[in-house]
Design a protein around this ligand. Sequence first.
Ligand code: FAD
Length: 428
Amino acid sequence: MSEFDVIVVGAGPAGSAAAIRLASAKANVLLIDRADPPGSKNVSGGVLWGDSLGQVIPDWEKSNMLERYVEAKGVTFLTKDSKIALDFRSTKFGEVKSGYTVLRTKFDAWLAKKAKDAGVMVVSGVTVDKLAMEGKKVTGVMQNGETVTADTVILAEGANSRVAIDSGIKKKPDDRHMAIGVKEVIKLPEKTITERFNLTSAKRGYASEYVLGFLEGGVKAGGFLYTNKESISIGAVISMEDLRKNNQTYSFNIIEQFKEHPFIAPLLADGRVEEYSAHLVPEAGQSVDQIYGDGYMIAGDAAGFTFSNGLVLQGMNYAIVSGIAAADAYIATKGSTSADRYELYRDTLKKTFVLRDMETFKGSDRVTWSESIHNTVPAMAEEIMLNIFSENGEPKKHLSRIVMESAFKNRQKRKDMIVDMYRMMKRL
Ligand SMILES: Cc1cc2nc3c(=O)[nH]c(=O)nc-3n(C[C@H](O)[C@H](O)[C@H](O)COP(=O)(O)OP(=O)(O)OC[C@H]3O[C@@H](n4cnc5c(N)ncnc54)[C@H](O)[C@@H]3O)c2cc1C
């Protein structure tokens, strides 16, 4: 007889959502997190997209853990001297759900507390070393030589999934499938933020993704800037492969270059850095490894469930939905054979956007980290805009000619442009 029905490793969105769902079905659950309080080591941009949390906390939108509701979404290319931006604002973001900005240190602790209130035993400040196994069957978790047993373990330990790797159930991801995210939280008065970003109220927010097409050494990185109630979250996600190859560049240099950009610095003026953090990000659309086996299921980042196409970066919603799917698979199969349970987990995920998106966007990293997106497109966009919006007293040209001249200058052959366009349309 096991000590617990389920042990959940990790109290991020995946683990806490799974634990809350399990507790609502009266399962005996242990939720373990290495941080104390849970979440204090977690990093997100972070916009919590959609309303997946409503599946476990129906009145979640009333929580004061939410910062601002995104009413303005940007996608921005930066070159050394220019900013080319799409600034999408819509009153329809009331009917169609966008997302709320959150600060993970507060948000995760709140979510873990919800699990505790629902009856889960929450243990924080304890790092699980390994899975306890009998042959290939997972029977619990090990910490400091001690074993705690469970019918099933849900691994929700995040992107740096040491427990799964050290227990031999997951391969170590290579650099191509990992990026590193660095982030700062910059304190500013609520009113300043609302005015600076032209927001309609202090409850409404702005979120933009950036292509940083101006970095020293041509390093490829995407940026983000999200508004909270009284702070701005700013950061960069950098290709691990690129960073490792380029010995001269470090992740903190990149966020500095981003913050000092002439069109970003004024947005942060008079702000005070409150928090600095860094974290791994599994590459979107990577091929997802085995996500279950005898005695365990893997959810959230640990399973590689993130999505990024340069326009949005999402992971928390995938974490919540996969955590709930793992819990539901346990609840539906309690007392029956293990094989049913784990296949049910996979089948449920296949019905949700989680595995469907992973399948649809498989290989999208080849576009999101391509030389074209990070260097050629920003350079061409700048040149085309300058050509269109400057008046030099010479006869005007058709847009198609401006584009072709710019492509030629940037050594883009017509054939390569068509191939790039095709890849973008197909993969993003
Ligand atoms: C810079 C950056 C920006 C991002 N921006 C966004 C965004 O805007 N929107 C979005 O949706 N997603 C964003 N993401 C992705 C998002 O943060 C993740 O997808 C999400 O946090 C995954 O949730 P999770 O519960 O699977 O893992 P995590 O949130 O990483 O939680 C894992 C938990 O496991 C615990 N843990 C780890 N190892 C152990 C162990 N051995 N023993 C005990 N506990 C352990 C950790 O302490 C942690 O609490 C961003 C990520 C980064 C890095």
